[in-house]
Structure formats: structure tokens, C-alpha cells
Design a protein around this ligand. Structure first.
Ligand code: 2P0
Length: 340
């Protein structure tokens, strides 16, 4: 009698950062952001949902641990999908709609690796619920966004734009694929794990503090749209030099905003700064920009380069203390097809 679905969703890395919300409840951003989706084989969340008329209640297990299903973000996703089904089906709501759910979600990467798992986690939950109730893929990013902002970008492969939207209800704040995974096939992404400890200030808190105390964030909002347009052009032309400069500048600006908040947020550590220096020294020695870095709200660098130099550069990185290659992950952009 029961029905079971399984899906997976990938991790994405922001190239133009989402940093600051205009609405904390609906998770509406202050600016457009742009990301690259990583290969699902390397980094993904797998979610299985079973619906049964025999379950007395809905339960959720994340990486083997039972979680509270009343959390507002989880409820945003469940109610968002259910409202969608009601709109589509009218009077003919399927019987399964009244059944409780058992939701099991696991990451195929260590949760303590310091990698954001909320994007792939909420994206896979949204996609699994949609599949359970027979919804198509349209508009799902608006719902995934209400679980975790960056989750809306994990519903597409390749290079993805999250349009901040203008509407107060967030119905136009959604993601769109700009270029598929085949557009820039020799681009490689390496996630280097410098530290696996939990960050002291989470992204949501950090964004709030920056909005309330950083003058530099207001300055950033005046120019980040132009940088995004330039980056789209660089990706379109596969101009690595331009791409790298814009990506590194945006990461540095986000972290400058964090330092400008009060009390200041310091997500990067000495080893992170050492990586930045190594990248710039290497580029300077080669005479052109061949490696780029970006950092999310943590100390672990995400490095991008073309395949031809990757073994050279990653080999070199191994020799520096604090930046050992232990736990390095590799990824490429992926297609938007989901295994089931
Ligand atoms: C991003 N980050 O664009 C930015 C860059 C971290 C640094 O999105 O509050 O977990 O759940 O919407 O999506 C991390 O923040 O924040 C993030 P919420 P989320 O990827």
C-alpha cells in the first residue's frame, strides 16, 4: 500500500555570493547569486521518502539521527509542496496526500568536512516530495529556497543563476540554468578541507549581522550586479583569466564585508590566507591567471582551474603545512538529470 521514492541532489559552490537577506522568513536575498553545481558522484545528498497509511506520525532522520520535524524550514518545504499539489489537483487530491511520511536523508560526504550540506539537503527533500506527489519539476526552486536559500541553486546543473526577484512573496525568487555542464568541460573544482570544525557563527546569523552593521555590504550591493553580468560574459566566452579574477574578487569582498561587521566575523584562518597567497604567487609565476579560489562561510578553499594544470597545482599544494591534501574533493559540473 505504501509508496517510496528515492532521489539525490548535488552540492553547489557560489561564484557570486549570496550574502544578506531582505526577508529572513522567506529567505529572500539582497542580490542575485551565481553558482557552479558539482558532480553528484562525488558530493550529494540522497533522500528516500516513504508514505504509508500505517505511519502514525511523520519522522525525519538526517545522517542517521532523528530530527525535529516541526522545524520552520522543514515545514516550509512540506507545506510549499502540499500547497502546490492542492493548486494543481483542486478537488482531486490523491489519497496519499493524507498519509504520514518517513524521510531518510544522507550525505555521501562527511558532515564534519565543513561543506555546506543544506543546499543539497533541502534540494533533495524538495525534489523527493515533488516526485512522491507526482509533480513536475517546474517552480520547485522557489520551494527549495524556503528551506535554505542556496538550495534553490542545487536543482539545476552546470552554471546556475538565482534571480533575487522583486516580489514580496518571493514567488519570483528562483533559479535558472545559464550554461549546462557540457559548456566548460575541462574546468575542475577542488574542495580542500583545511578544518572540519563547525563554524562558530552560522550563515544565517552572519548574514543578519552584516546587514545590520556593515556599511561595506551596502556598497557591495551597488556593484555586485555588474560583477555578475561580467562573470556571465566570462563564462560564456570560457575566458578563465576574467572568470578567475571576478570569482576571487567576489569571495574577497564577501569576507571583507564579514570583517566589516561588528563584532567582526572571521571565517577564513591563517591557512586560508596562505592558500590565497599561493594561488596569486603561482599565477604570477606562470604569467597568467590559471587558478582561482573562493571561500564560503568557513576556512576551506574551493579551487578552480583547467584540467591541464590541476595535477601540477594540487601536487604543489601538498607541500604546504596546514593545507595538506588530506580530504580533498574533486568535482565537475553535472547534468540536471536526477537518478531515482
Ligand atoms: C552562497 N552561502 O551563495 C553563500 C556564500 C555561504 C557563503 O548560501 O540562511 O545555508 O539557509 O538561506 O543558503 C550559505 O547560506 O543560508 C550560503 P540560509 P545558506 O552559497
Amino acid at each position: 500500500m505504501e509508496k517510496t521514492v528515492t532521489v539525490s541532489a548535488p552540492v553547489n559552490i557560489a561564484l557570486i555570493k549570496y550574502w544578506g537577506k531582505r526577508n529572513d522568513k522567506l529567505l529572500l536575498p539582497l542580490n542575485d547569486s551565481l553558482s557552479i553545481t558539482l558532480a553528484q558522484d562525488d558530493l550529494r545528498t540522497v533522500t528516500t521518502i516513504q508514505a504509508s497509511p500505517d505511519f502514525p506520525t511523520t519522522c525525519l532522520w538526517l545522517n542517521g539521527r532523528e530530527e525535529d520535524v516541526s522545524s520552520p524550514r522543514l515545514q516550509n518545504i512540506i507545506s510549499g509542496i502540499r500547497n502546490f499539489v492542492k493548486e494543481k489537483c483542486g478537488e482531486n487530491i490523491p489519497g496519499i496526500f493524507g498519509w504520514h511520511l518517513h524521510i531518510v536523508s544522507t550525505n555521501n560526504f562527511p558532515t564534519k568536512a565543513g561543506l555546506a550540506s543544506s543546499a543539497s539537503g533541502y534540494a533533495s527533500l524538495t525534489f523527493a516530495l515533488a516526485k512522491l506527489y507526482g509533480l513536475d519539476e517546474e517552480n520547485l526552486s522557489v520551494i527549495a529556497r524556503t528551506g535554505s536559500g542556496s538550495a534553490c541553486r542545487s536543482l539545476e546543473g552546470g552554471f546556475v543563476l538565482w534571480n533575487m526577484g522583486k516580489k514580496e512573496d518571493g514567488s519570483d525568487s528562483s533559479s535558472v540554468q545559464l550554461f549546462s555542464h557540457t559548456h566548460w568541460e575541462d574546468l575542475r573544482v577542488f574542495l580542500v578541507v583545511i578544518s572540519s570544525s563547525q563554524k562558530s557563527v552560522g550563515s544565517s546569523q552572519g548574514m543578519l549581522r552584516c546587514r545590520e552593521t556593515s556599511g561595506l555590504l551596502r556598497q557591495r550591493l551597488l556593484s555586485v550586479g555588474g560583477r555578475k553580468e561580467d562573470l556571465i560574459e566570462a563564462i560564456k566566452r570560457k575566458n578563465f583569466e576574467q572568470f578567475a579574477k571576478l570569482v576571487m574578487q567576489d569571495s574577497n569582498e564577501m569576507h571583507a564585508v564579514c570583517l566589516d561587521s561588528y563584532p567582526p566575523l572571521m571565517y577564513m584562518n591563517d591557512a586560508s590566507h596562505a592558500v590565497c597567497q599561493i594561488v596569486h604567487e603561482y599565477n604570477s609565476a606562470i604569467g597568467q591567471t590559471v587558478v582561482a579560489y573562493t571561500f564560503d562561510a568557513g576556512p576551506n578553499p574551493c579551487l578552480m582551474m583547467q584540467e591541464s594544470i590541476s595535477s601540477d597545482f594540487m601536487g604543489l599544494l601538498e607541500y604546504f603545512s596546514g593545507v595538506m591534501k588530506n580530504g580533498t574533493w574533486k568535482g565537475i559540473p553535472v547534468s540536471r538529470k536526477y537518478p531515482s
